[in-house]
Write a protein that binds this ligand. Sequence first.
Ligand SMILES: Cc1cc2nc3c(=O)[nH]c(=O)nc-3n(C[C@H](O)[C@H](O)[C@H](O)COP(=O)(O)OP(=O)(O)OC[C@H]3O[C@@H](n4cnc5c(N)ncnc54)[C@H](O)[C@@H]3O)c2cc1C
Ligand code: SF4
Length: 563
Amino acid sequence: MSRPSNFPPPFSPRDYVAEPTDPADERIEVGVLIVGAGPAGLACAIRLGQLLEEHPDVAERLGDVPVAVLEKGKQPGSHLLSGAVVDPRALRRLFGDGFRIEDLPNFGPVPGESVYVLTRRASLPIPPPPPMRNHGNWIFSLSQLGRFLAERAEEGGSMILPETAAQKLLVSHGRVVGVRTGDKGRSREGGELGNFEAGSDVVAKVTVLAEGTQGHLTGVALDRFGLRGEDPQVWELGVKEVWKVARPLDRIIHTLGWPLRPGKRYREFGGSFIYPMGEDMVTIGLVVGLDYRDASLSVHDLLQELKTHPKIRRILAGGERAQWGAKTIPSGGFHALPSPLHAPGLLLCGDGAGMVNIPRLKGVHYAIESGRLAAEAAFRALQRGETPATALASYDDAVRDSFIWNDLYEVRNMRQVFGHGFFVGGALASAMTISKGRVELGKLPAEPDADQPLLVTGRDSGYPAPDGKLTFDKLSSVFASGNKTRDDQPNHIRIERRVPREVAELWAHMCPAQVYEVGAEDADGTVLVELAPSNCVQCGAITAKGGRLTPPEGGSGPEYTLT
Ligand SMILES: Cc1cc2nc3c(=O)[nH]c(=O)nc-3n(C[C@H](O)[C@H](O)[C@H](O)COP(=O)(O)OP(=O)(O)OC[C@H]3O[C@@H](n4cnc5c(N)ncnc54)[C@H](O)[C@@H]3O)c2cc1C
Ligand code: SF4
């Protein structure tokens, strides 16, 4: 059977590493450059603002723009999507004395919780397993939280540049010296249109990559500096919808089981989350490990199926879908963390570095904490007026001493045990959780998602037909993401275009945004994969399953406001 990794994309990380090319007087010079206005990047910017306010001498040395944040979305928050039930401890540390979580845009503390194991028609309540206990956590829209954090970062003196994709890593004499931003206004063939704007070299003393899941330059940096962790990184794909509902939901709900299949041969690991967003909205999402094997599995369509379950249909009855989105989540955990987390002139944080606790489905607080620690490490180096190769090593020490390291160590094999199927995996995962990671399972093997051999089971014939009320097709979902990618820009998705049918089908089913279609078959039995790149919501799944996402023109992609 085919494996997607047998058909690698035409992509070389080397093409995305360059020396600065703009003349020295035309380069944009900043002190610290942060790539990505997510919780990690914005926490880093906010903390730098605090430190530079306390040390104006250091701020002065950093020039007119001490801190800049690049964001490829239309505005901060446009590309942010999460559950988002947030553990508030990192926010408390970031904002310090006088911090009141009530002052942030939020939907209140978790009011209560239930966990169900679903079958097609029934639901069995189970006591929430320890990782699913959320007492003390708060419900947010990450997109809204991102906009709030961006305002705080700007108040603290950071310059935020939205609609700006970081395309290349600038490396000079073995040290990261900034990034080159992407061109705008190119035609599909790459020619310059009337509104063409060339990208720029943005040079910095320290560059912090906070790109989130499937970070483009993070991947490039891992290869360039040999930072890959012990295990390959693996991912989950989360597809979610926000609904306006007729009746408030009084608790958060997680479900396990149906519509995923328990058999070991399918490798279907995941579950759903249903969270209230105030009195009149609910978010519902399904997360599935991308190490699944069935080429006809579509997380988008499984979420549609999930909504037809009697229990869930009741929650949504009388309501209407307000927004839709999709994103991957790194799930390799502790053993897949980059090592080290820095390179000369460079720091990695948040999801880009894989800092997610998968059994808890939580990464926002690790993103914020790692962003804060990255700011402190960058500041320490800048205060000493130096950025030699080892100056940023204190970041690794700080992460090792933090709750991020401790938490991820405790659940270090959690993702791998589900390769044994739902029941055995669940039992092993519980043992690890109860013992706080002291149950020693040894180091379990991990394989890249794209190495899984494919099965074809025809399960797509069972997906519900879209009715436009409860269940939707992929194109109406893309519309509900607010995606406004320009149709005639260059293709930003790198895949092998001629592949065996099952690989093409895998991509067509997997992509929640209907970017791929199975085209004409050749005499040798391979098929052509047709592409509609402007549908892409930049979820990152293609990078996990054998292709490579690169950032399209800045300002492209979804415009999330509630996710
Ligand atoms: C479906 C789902 C449910 C989740 N549920 C929860 C939950 O309930 N609780 C929880 O704590 N965590 C949850 N998580 C995980 C959480 O959302 C992430 O851990 C968190 O968002 C990571 O923050 P980050 O800043 O590292 O990355 P992101 O939030 O992904 O932000 C990265 C930002 O960088 C920008 N960017 C990326 N590359 C570039 C580039 N090259 N140039 C310019 N800009 C760039 C992106 O556009 C984005 O705005 C969930 C994730 C998903 C997908
Ligand atoms: S094409 Fe875009 S939306 Fe589709 S899987 Fe790839 S990254 Fe996700």
